[in-house]
Design a binder for this molecule. Structure first.
Ligand SMILES: *Cc1c(COP(=O)(O)O)cnc(C)c1O
Length: 360
């Protein structure tokens, strides 16, 4: 009856916290290139687009990223005695644990990678460190089991000499803003892989974009708007669309993927055979139930193959350092819309009708 009473303002994050303070190295590189107006007017970042092929800026970008990775690795070692390699790809999924956010999809593609390396140890593979962090709501039993599953996966991979130095999984406990401020500047890859239609917005996707990570993501929430700003060719989008998910009742059957996709089946069979729960038989039976027996509500298996392919393309790009820097810089340059200054300005002018105070 009153469509005009409903409206949407795209979220944003504050560039003072998430870029200037969290990532002083990249912030300085940006200021060197375009001056410091971006700090209070993030749309100025678009001026970096003209410099996306500048080899000096490429070098400054790579140097600041490497520096942030070393700082994170040193902090991690000092506080947890875990050792990660700053020359590996830092591949992150950090957010509350929820079925729709699909940490399980990320875990499945890590198992597909792991199984490929086990079957073919001489395969070419750019070393990766997979970071997870996130809290579960206290009564959300499956979310807590997902945390346990990722920890067990990390333990199994650490114990396997075949993949040592090539892949490592780290689950960081106690996810909070302080940890996000440490990890996001050090990230190369941002995983934003919710089932299309379920993420209202997302804001960590914006934080990663601002910090020069490349996004592997579904067409969901604000990731869609990020692609409108940066161009799909500068992101790694994959998977079903909102429309395909909404029309999936009736045709979608996870068993089809289990029966017809050998890599999907091998990954699931490792879980089902207690490979990751040797001393706790059937500990992960509820994961089997959710992914297969109970119909896979969030369509993990439907998106697994295209997710693995998107990540392969990204791994290939990582070895071409100039092209990687170009895409990352174009992402930073396209992140201006995602400042909370712009969001608040839209609220002030379009909803609150608040006039600015004149400052004498
Ligand atoms: C940004 C942020 C979030 C939101 O993350 P999404 O991936 O957008 O859900 C959650 N927790 C912390 C600590 C954050 O910094």
């Amino acid at each position: 009856m009153f469509p005009e009473r409903f409206n949407n303002k795209t979220n944003g994050v504050t560039p003072r916290r998430w870029l200037l303070e969290a990532n002083p190295g990249l912030a300085s590189a940006i200021t060197e290139a375009i001056g410091d107006h971006w700090i209070t007017d993030l749309s100025q970042l678009s001026r970096l687009k003209l410099l996306a092929d500048d080899s000096g800026l490429h070098d400054a970008f790579h140097a600041s990223k490497r520096d942030a990775k070393v700082r994170f690795a040193n902090w991690l070692k000092a506080t947890s005695s875990q050792v990660v390699d700053p020359d590996s790809v830092f591949d992150c999924q950090v957010k509350r644990i929820h079925e729709y956010k699909r940490q399980l999809l990320n875990a499945l593609r890590i198992i597909v990678c792991y199984d490929r390396l086990r079957q073919n140890p001489h395969m070419e593979f750019v070393p990766r460190t997979f970071f997870f962090a996130g809290k579960a709501a206290p009564a959300y039993k499956l979310a807590k089991l997902i945390i346990k599953f990722i920890n067990n996966l990390a333990g199994t991979i650490d114990g396997d000499p075949v993949v040592r130095g090539r892949m490592k999984v780290v689950f960081l406990p106690e996810y909070n803003v302080t940890l996000a401020e440490r990890l996001i500047p050090a990230s190369d890859v941002s995983n934003q892989i919710s089932t299309a239609g379920y993420e209202a917005s997302g804001t960590s996707n914006m934080k990663f974009m601002m910090n020069g990570a490349l996004t592997v993501g579904t067409r969901d929430g604000a990731t869609i708007e990020m692609a409108e700003e940066a161009g799909e060719e500068n992101m790694f989008l994959f998977g079903l669309t909102v429309e395909q998910v909404q029309n999936s009742q009736g045709w979608y059957d996870p068993h089809w993927h289990y029966e017809h996709e050998p890599e999907t089946r091998a990954a699931l069979d490792l879980i089902f055979s207690d490979y990751f729960s040797r001393n706790e038989p059937s500990a992960f039976a509820p994961i089997r139930d959710t992914l297969l027996t109970n119909g896979d509500r969030y369509m993990h298996l439907a998106d697994l193959t295209s997710y693995v392919q998107a990540q392969e393309k990204l791994g290939d790009l990582y070895t071409r350092r100039g092209e990687w820097a170009r895409k990352a810089i174009l992402n930073v340059a396209s992140s201006g819309k995602f400042s909370s200054d712009r969001t608040i300005h839209e609220y002030a002018t379009q909803i609150w009708k608040a006039e600015p105070c004149p400052i004498p």
